[in-house]
Design a protein around this ligand. Structure first.
Ligand code: TYM
Length: 340
């Protein structure tokens, strides 16, 4: 039986407000979020509860939350047509996450590669929040019964776990269609943008080397310089995608180029195949500067008015609560809590 709160197409996705937005965030997620507006009902969230699974300085967390909100709007997220808010302003996420802590199994969480990477060698010293991080992610999505989740490739394993949690909840309480089985949307030519210094590592805001990533706030000169210095190999670019196999750095730059141009890797190689990096890099820098320059400028403009950003997030959280509250009431009923 499908419940009254089930919808056919609803998107939820989140991003941690923990520092600079990178080209990885943009191509792996945000640009797709922008394109999916209008096609779906969209809920986009700054996941500050996830951010504190690693210690955050309070002033920086506040600053980063406003900065990432400005970044999303500068990229084209429209907070009037969609919902944009920060997670901690809707406590329903935290409550459902608790229920999911009681549904998910230790063995499932023990398999999460991101926990292993983030906890590092000293697992005993990781916060318990970091361990149950994927349960909160599942709650973020399912507290709205969202059906589709656009993310970069690195979130795939977490979304599989969210599917397992939804299925186990539905089975345990014998409500076969209560939570939808979500569909990941991993879209575009650059679903996994790699470091500019090491093609085997993901581009990340936490990489100690700033030269490894392009930040959305980088100046035109900084973008051009980072691309000029990006690691490559001595060969010319191939004309077909197979020719990129085993050439991680070349593959990454071509993926970025194709994604920024909005074409497939094959189409991009049709244009740039045969060129040396000395010729290709300035082309890539130009596309990057043209795409990212106006976003950085708009972000700075929006940040001039932090009160307006707070107003947008407040309003978004009110609308988010209006969607999640009836769903959480149903959950409490199913579980067997007495409620007035
Ligand atoms: P976060 O903040 O690490 O990243 C936000 C989004 O950017 C994508 N991304 C990348 N894509 C391609 N290449 C890269 N180098 C790259 N780096 C980041 C991520 O895949 C992500 O889509 N756990 C999530 C946030 C989250 C969430 C959710 C996502 C919390 N709850 C519910 C979806 C649904 C995270 O830490 O993303």
């Amino acid at each position: 039986m499908t419940s009254a709160t089930n919808v056919e197409r609803r998107i939820f996705s989140g991003i941690q407000p923990t520092g600079n937005l990178t080209l990885g965030n943009y191509l792996g997620a945000i640009r797709n979020w922008v394109n999916l507006q209008g096609e779906y009902e969209c809920i986009y969230c700054l996941v500050d509860l996830h951010a504190i699974t690693l210690f955050q300085d309070p002033a920086e967390l506040r600053r980063n939350t406003r900065e990432v909100a400005a970044g999303l709007m500068a990229c084209g997220i429209d907070p009037k047509a969609n919902i944009l808010f920060n997670q901690s302003q809707n406590q329903d996420h935290a409550e459902l996450a608790w229920h999911f802590n009681c549904v998910a199994r230790m063995g499932w969480l023990n398999r999460m590669t991101q926990f292993k990477e983030k906890a590092g060698k000293n697992r005993e010293n990781a916060s318990t929040g970091l361990f149950v991080y994927p349960n909160l992610m599942a709650a973020d999505i399912l507290v709205y019964k969202a059906t589709h989740v656009p993310v970069g490739d690195d979130q795939k394993q977490h979304l599989e776990l969210a599917r397992d949690i939804a299925q186990k909840f539905n089975n345990d309480w014998d409500k076969p269609d209560f939570f939808p089985i979500i569909e990941p949307l991993i879209l575009g030519a650059a679903t996994r943008v790699m470091s500019l210094r090491d093609g085997s590592k993901k581009m990340s805001k936490s990489d100690p080397s700033d030269m490894s990533r392009i930040n959305m706030t980088d100046s035109e000169d900084a973008i051009a310089q980072k691309i000029r210095k990006a690691k490559t190999d001595p060969d010319a670019l191939p004309s077909e995608a197979e020719g990129l196999e085993g050439r991680a750095e070349a593959q990454n730059l071509v993926n970025i180029y194709a994604a920024l141009r909005g074409v497939t890797v094959d189409a991009a190689l049709g244009e740039i195949g045969g060129k040396q990096f000395s010729e290709f890099k300035p082309m890539l820098a130009e596309v990057a500067v043209t795409s990212l320059g106006p976003i950085g400028a708009e972000m700075q403009r929006l940040l001039q008015d932090p009160a307006e950003i707070d107003r947008v997030l407040n309003e978004g959280s009110e609308r988010a609560r209006a969607l999640s509250q009836p769903i959480l009431r149903e959950v409490r009923e199913i579980i067997g809590f007495v409620q007035g």
